[in-house]
Design a protein around this ligand. Sequence first.
Ligand code: AMP
Length: 171
Amino acid sequence: MINLSNYIREIPDFPKEGIQFKDITPLLKSPEAIKESLDQFLALLGDEKIDKVVAIESRGFLFGMLLAEKLNAGFVPIRKPGKLPSDTYSEVYELEYGKDTLEIHSDAIEKGDRILIHDDVLATGGTARTACNLVKRMGGKIVQCNFLIELAFLNGRNKLKSFPVESLLKY
Ligand code: AMP
């Protein structure tokens, strides 16, 4: 069996000093690692029915779209401000220094839709929590939040307490 951690490259001090960036491009260039990741994501979801995969810009789109296809679900992008062309809902969240905003198309989710939230990395959890807030506001039911990588020492799970959280690799 493939060990996915062999496909994650650590880049020190990127994009700024003190950050250990988890680079997933070695995983993305390996067909075996892509397949293994998808198999593991699907196993962790079990037989839960998903209507839409909601994925976070931009690296969340990569496996988000593949998962949507495998799950026979739709795909919904959550993006940085000003990128989505139609009407949006937006939510502001706190960063270590300052604030940021995420947006979703206001017609992206129907009340009662069963949602899988996906991103590449769970760090402090602020980004995923904001995505969950947007989905909840629109009446979606969050079935699971999943991530390729969880930086467990940052306790991002605490911000996602009300939702099931799964990750393929923990650091
Ligand atoms: P957070 O809101 O702190 O959980 O940050 C999550 C977002 O930042 C995700 O969209 C990740 O892609 C990105 N991110 C945070 N920390 C890292 C890291 N060490 N390596 C790669 N991406 C990261």
